[in-house]
Design a protein around this ligand. Structure first.
Ligand code: FES
Length: 106
């Protein structure tokens, strides 16, 4: 199982063992990551699953598509070049060891 580290805005790190095929949001919610509200349940319609992907893994997860980018525009947290909605990232073995940061809870 790929291990993903979530770091919250205060710097506290939590390592989550994710299942291949689930979304990063699903893995984070199951592990009770506190700053991952995921209010729309993964429909790319709320922006509350916003994460910042570490630079070294951007080529593996890719950048946000057009619909995702539009939703990020409504995110209450600052959007950066490495911003992604975690419900749009499917966990793969190659994401093992990735770190994502979550913005402060809205
Ligand atoms: Fe709502 Fe990801 S869970 S946009």
């Amino acid at each position: 199982m790929p291990k993903i580290t979530f770091i919250d805005h205060s710097g506290e790190a939590r390592i989550v063992a994710a299942s291949v095929g689930e979304t990063l949001m699903e893995a984070g919610v199951k592990a009770d990551i506190p700053e991952l509200d995921a209010e729309c349940g993964g429909a790319c319609a709320c922006g509350t699953c916003h994460v910042y992907v570490e630079e070294a893994f951007l080529d593996k997860v890719g950048f946000a598509g057009e619909a995702e980018q539009q939703m990020l525009d409504y995110a209450e947290s600052p959007v950066q070049e490495n911003s992604r909605l975690s419900c749009q990232i499917v966990v793969q073995d190659e994401l093992d060891g990735m770190t994502v940061r979550t913005p402060a809870a809205r």
